[in-house]
Each structure stands twice: as structure tokens, then as C-alpha cells.
Design a binder for this molecule. Structure first.
Ligand code: F0G
Length: 469
């Protein structure tokens, strides 16, 4: 490869490379995940992380100003996969904050200036997904995609729908029936995405959308899930902003909820690169938190001992585990619907992140998640249930001494509280808004821009027929 940026298979025995102008959602040779790699000898490496601060003062209406305004593209030198800055699709994402959460820290028995909350719910679509979507849409624009699709537990679909409408692309989202919080469903409909409600859960939806994107090239559908390596490039910026919020000091711990495991994988890649470029001198530890009802990573990594092993991951033990789940008729189930995922597609990359960041995994119950969510809302700002899994686990990690009370901890709050207001109302009043809606009066749908979800069976034929393409 003579390119400055290229795609590369993460499997070290394959390591096939592809140009950044190609569209792949997996290695064409061996089926493994792909990464974006850079030839840093041919790129300008930032002298220091603090050099990015000069961009704070230059955010105007011209292209450079708009890129500097974005909390993702302000760091574009650390994700230079685009051909030209004109390719970049930005809507001002990533202007999120790191809150020093001293009151919450006190309630957890931690010292002052120990606990920090990175509020990714403050993104334009209300979740961290916008960090990745801006990068994936940039790539979609580079390759001339016209239709973009994803499977989603809700937030990816909201983010995709928003970017698709502003980039004037056709957005198609696959969601499980009755599986996503209303705040997220309302966004996908409102932003005008074709919304397919598949009979099945997230794992089924992702399987189908991958099938449609790969096996039906005639449909020309560009896949936006986190198997898309460009998305994870954008999500690295969450870590850059955490460092920025700490005045470029490295915290002791990063705690993040794990669903499809794209975010934690991106964090690992961010720190591996920053260390290799000499921009940081140490890497924080990582804790990836599963909901107990969707605990594949925790089971495989902490219980069964699956490791990165320099990229030589033991796929037989993964397949055996999934075989056991199939035999038991297992489907993930948790109140934290955003992370209700049984077969996380970025599993292998998450093992790399855990390896590089001396990481751990934990699982937390739905009750622990709901209590932690309420604590964050009471003494922080709000977040949705999945985001609170990190604080729920932190309570346990402080309790068993894994994390010391004066260590510096950053929890990533991945989604806004208003995404899942039902969960909050139910916690405080006992009223289940979702079932109330089932029995509620139905008004005729007469809105000029009404965009009703389409219910379809879990089969490629039904989906293609519904898309009418
Ligand atoms: N938190 C929230 C609020 C999420 O929406 C998700 C994932 C996660 C955490 C987990 O992140 O997948 O990178 O490990 N939501 C995806 C979706 C799956 O479709 O919106 P992850």
C-alpha cells in the first residue's frame, strides 16, 4: 500500500489491505473486521494534543470554521482518511462536555475531582452515535453512496436518519419490533427514514441488513453499522475530548457500557494510536460494562477467558458459546434496550481494546442500572438506562476495591435522558407508558409528513418487497 490511509483486515494472518475508496463491511478474503490504518510517515503528525486548542478560536461559517466547530473534526489530523476536506459531512457534532461530578462522587464515597462524566447525550441527535455517523457519512459521500442503512437498538437509527436527511440521502433503518425506546423511534420517523420494524430482535435485524448490503449489491445500500470501520474513526474523538476536558491529562479509568462493542473498540484504537504517535505517555484502564441480560462480552472475556492473543482470537470458543445460546433459545433481554445485544459484532476489536488498555468487564442487573440512572439524574445531568450501566458498575468496582476512591474515573454517558423517558416515568411513578400506549386511543394519521413504520417479517424477500426497490 502506498496510500496515506487504507483499510486493513484485523486478522494478522490475513491482514489484507483495501483502498479507502472501496466499500467493505468485512474482509473480502477471510470475513474478519476491518480497521482504518494510516501511514504516519506520509502525514503531518500533530506536535502535541494541546496544539488542537488553537482551533477553538477559529470556528466561523467557512469550511475550516465548520470543521473546527465540530468536536470530531477539530481532531481531523488523527483520522485523516478523507481525500479532501470538502468530503467531510458535519452537522456540528461532538460539542459535548466533561462534567466534574463532585456531588455524585461524594454520594459514591469518592474524593473531589475523581469522577468525570462525559455527556455524549449532548450531541445533535442525543447520543454518541453522531461522532461515528459524521465519519461514516463522510466516507459514504467519498464513494458516492445514495442509500444508507443500519440495524439499530434506536440511537444509531436516530443518528443515521438525521444525517441522511441533511445529506439528502435515502435513510433506511431496521429495528426490532417493540424493541426501541419511543424517543429514538420518534426521531427516525420524524427525520424521514424508511423505518422497517422487523419481526425479531436487534441481532436478527443486523444479520438481515448485512445480508441485504452485501448479497444484494443491485440495491446499492451502504451499511452504517459499526462494522463500518469509518464510523469507529469518528468515535475515537470521544477520547480526545475526555483528554481535552482533563487538560490533556490521562485519567486512570474509562468506563463505558458495551452493546455492539464499537465504542470501546474505538477507544482502544484511539489510545493505541496516541501512544504510538508519542502524544500521550500512558494509557488509561478500560472497564466495559454489559447488562446482565446481554452479557456476551463479560461471559467470554471474564468467565471463559477469551483474549486478544495478538489478534489470534480463539473463534472456536466464540462459535461454541453462540451454539450454546442458540440451543438454549437465548435472546438478550434488558431494560437498557440500547445494549440489548447477544451477538456483538465488534467482539474481536473489543478484545484488542481490553488488551491495550489493561481492561476488565463487568455485568450489572437492570435494578442496578435503574438506580444508577436515577442517581446520575439527581446529582449529574440525566442519561438513558444503558449509559448508567457504567456508574452501576463503578459502585461495585469501588466496593470490591478494583477502583480506588481517589483514582480518576471517567464514565461515558452515551445517550440523553429524554431518549427513554418511559423508563424514567416508570421508575418514579410505576406507570408503564409503553403498555399505556397499547391501550391508548389511536388517532387517524393525517399529518402531511407522516412517516409510518413498515412492519415486515424477518426474511430478505419481505424486506426487499417492503423497500420496493
Ligand atoms: N449506549 C447507548 C445509549 C447506545 O445506544 C449503545 C448502542 C451503546 C451504549 C453501546 O455502544 O454498541 O458501541 O457498544 N447502541 C446501538 C444502536 C447498538 O443501535 O443504537 P456499542
Amino acid at each position: 500500500m502506498t496510500e496515506r490511509a487504507y483499510q486493513q483486515c484485523v486478522n494478522p494472518t490475513c491482514a489484507t489491505t483495501y483502498g479507502v475508496d472501496e466499500i467493505h463491511v468485512a474482509c473480502a478474503k477471510c470475513g474478519s473486521l476491518l480497521d482504518i490504518q494510516y501511514d504516519w510517515n506520509r502525514l503531518a503528525i500533530p506536535k502535541s494534543l494541546s496544539s488542537f486548542e488553537s482551533r477553538w478560536s477559529t470556528n466561523g461559517l467557512d469550511l475550516e470554521g465548520r470543521l473546527n466547530f465540530s468536536g470530531v473534526w477539530r481532531f481531523r489530523d488523527l483520522m485523516p482518511f478523507y481525500r479532501s476536506e470538502d468530503d467531510i459531512v458535519t452537522i456540528g457534532e461532538g460539542r459535548t462536555m466533561l462534567q466534574q461530578a463532585d456531588i455524585l462522587a461524594r454520594h459514591l464515597g469518592m474524593g473531589a475531582r475523581s469522577l468525570f462524566l462525559q455527556y455524549e447525550g449532548l450531541n445533535p441527535s442525543g447520543s454518541f452515535k453522531d461522532n461515528g455517523m459524521t465519519a461514516a457519512f463522510t466516507h459514504a459521500k467519498m464513494v458516492g453512496a445514495k442509500k444508507v442503512a443500519c440495524a439499530s437498538t434506536g440511537n444509531t437509527s436516530a443518528s443515521l436518519a438525521l444525517y441522511a436527511s441533511l445529506a439528502e440521502l435515502t435513510g433506511i433503518v431496521f429495528i426490532g419490533s417493540g424493541k426501541i425506546a419511543f424517543g429514538k423511534l420518534s426521531q427516525a420517523l420524524d427525520y424521514g427514514a424508511i423505518t422497517l420494524q422487523i419481526k425479531g430482535d436487534f441481532d436478527a435485524c443486523l444479520h438481515r441488513v448485512r445480508e441485504i448490503a452485501t448479497d444484494h449489491p443491485e440495491l446499492g445500500i451502504y451499511l452504517m453499522n459499526s462494522v463500518n470501520p469509518f464510523r469507529l474513526e469518528g468515535q475515537k474523538s470521544i477520547m480526545y475530548r475526555v483528554l481535552e476536558g482533563l487538560n490533556w491529562e490521562v485519567p486512570d479509568w474509562i468506563i463505558v457500557p458495551g452493546g455492539n462493542l464499537g465504542n470501546c473498540s474505538a477507544f482502544g484504537k484511539a489510545f493505541i494510536e496516541l501512544k504510538a504517535l508519542g502524544l500521550i505517555d500512558r494509557i488509561p484502564r478500560l472497564a466495559v460494562i454489559n447488562a446482565r441480560g446481554a452479557n456476551t462480552l463479560h461471559q467470554l472475556f471474564s468467565v471463559r477467558g477469551l483474549k486478544w492473543n495478538d489478534g489470534h482470537v480463539d473463534h472456536d470458543s466464540i462459535n461454541q458459546y453462540y451454539g450454546e445460546l442458540n440451543e438454549a433459545g437465548y435472546h438478550a433481554h434488558t431494560i437498557a434496550s440500547a445494549i440489548e445485544i447477544g451477538r456483538p459484532v465488534n467482539l474481536v476489536k473489543s478484545l484488542r481494546a481490553l488488551d491495550a488498555m489493561n481492561g476488565i468487564t463487568r455485568e450489572v442487573s437492570d435494578d442496578e442500572i435503574l438506580e444508577a440512572r436515577a442517581m446520575i439524574a439527581r446529582w449529574g445531568f440525566g442519561c438513558e438506562p444503558a449509559s448508567a450501566a457504567g456508574i452501576a458498575a463503578l459502585i461495585n468496582l469501588l466496593g470490591d476495591g478494583t477502583i480506588g476512591k481517589s483514582e480518576r474515573v471517567t464514565c461515558i454517558l452515551t445517550g440523553h435522558e429524554l431518549k427513554d423517558a418511559d423508563a424514567t416515568v416508570r421508575y418514579h411513578t410505576g406507570i408503564d407508558m409503553k403498555s399505556a400506549q397499547d391501550h391508548a386511543t389511536k388517532f387517524p394519521v393525517t399529518g402531511r409528513l407522516a412517516n409510518q413504520p413498515i412492519r415486515v417479517g424477518d426474511s430478505v424477500e419481505d424486506i426487499v418487497a417492503a423497500l420496493n426497490m
